[in-house]
Design a protein around this ligand. Sequence first.
Ligand SMILES: Cc1ncc(C[n+]2csc(CCOP(=O)(O)OP(=O)(O)O)c2C)c(N)n1
Ligand SMILES: [Mg+2]
Length: 369
Amino acid sequence: MSTPVDARPPGPLETVLDTVRLLDPDGSPVPSERWAMPSDDVLRERHRAMVLGRRVNDQASALTRQGRLAVYPSSHGQEACQVAAAAALRPGDWLFPTYRDTVAVMGRGVDPVEILTWLKGDRHCAYDPVAHHVAPQTTPLATQLLHAVGVAHAARLRGLDEVALALCGDGATSEGDFHEALNFAAVFRCPVVFLVQNNKYAISVPLSRQTAAPSLAHKGVGYGVPAVLVDGNDVAALGAVLDAAVAHAAAGGGPVLVEADTYRVAAHTNADDPSRYRSDDEVEAWRARDPITRVRAYLRARGALDDAAEAAVAAEAEELAASIRDGVSGGPGPSPDDLFDHVYSAMTPQLRAQRDLLREELAAEGADR
Ligand SMILES: Cc1ncc(C[n+]2csc(CCOP(=O)(O)OP(=O)(O)O)c2C)c(N)n1
Ligand SMILES: [Mg+2]
């Protein structure tokens, strides 16, 4: 039986397993017949967002060293993926981020101070997921992919023009949830874009121990999902590919898998010592492919970015860092009662008993001090 779900026409995106690149590491443009170079205005804005994102990454990492944040998974080196992902979405679309995707969440207009709240040890997602159309950042690997598929499927059934873009890492592609999400999305032609940030490690596990496939994009082929491999440190190529992927999904073409070839320059988190599993030479080679210097060189060579514009962005980044330092330190935490208040619309007797027990324990602790 034919249903409206089957009636949508296929979109135009086709699988590309050779790396899409529009800017070489030195900032020279790479000609392409298939992919259009974004305008100078767009790339200047992406450069700005990456500089701000880098500053937030580095500031948050510094706050862990001062004990003011419990943990921070930095995306230093991956800012192009994060910025391009957020920028590809239309206002009503949804972002499903992981713990490492602070900069992508910022790209949806969420204040970094709010984003960082959970990394202080607060048990709540501090921003409003519905208001921003940004799901809470997930730590259980790949679970957010299924949530994204569910939201996208529901949007189609309800006739809403909404695409979900879900981020995950190379390690997460070994989770069952990744495969279930791709398969369901493909069969039901859900408007989802899966963006795998292949940063080469899952904590200390290198890509070579994660998969025997020639690339992670190849995994799309098995599910009948168009897949594109893109240089993840090239914000111009990422923009071209992700914009096309969102347009494809929005037009009823079904899901798209994008693999971004990038690198985690920083440690997995502040709790990790990467010198135990990778060489300085390897890291230096990737620093030479930095996503910010690359687009900066391109814009400077075209006269589209000058000292004054760069100084303005640098000043904005410093202001943002100061606001994070102040914001993360200030304010009381939420009430312990919140743990119980928001579970059911009417509290069960068991929850009430647990809440009263916790209140008694906290009161006793307070009396001991
Ligand atoms: C289901 C599940 N298994 C294991 C972990 C522990 N864990 C946390 S991060 C991580 C590595 C994930 O690597 P990847 O998906 O490549 O993302 P990256 O951290 O590199 O961004 C692991 C194994 C977890 N959070 N969830
Ligand atoms: Mg990884």
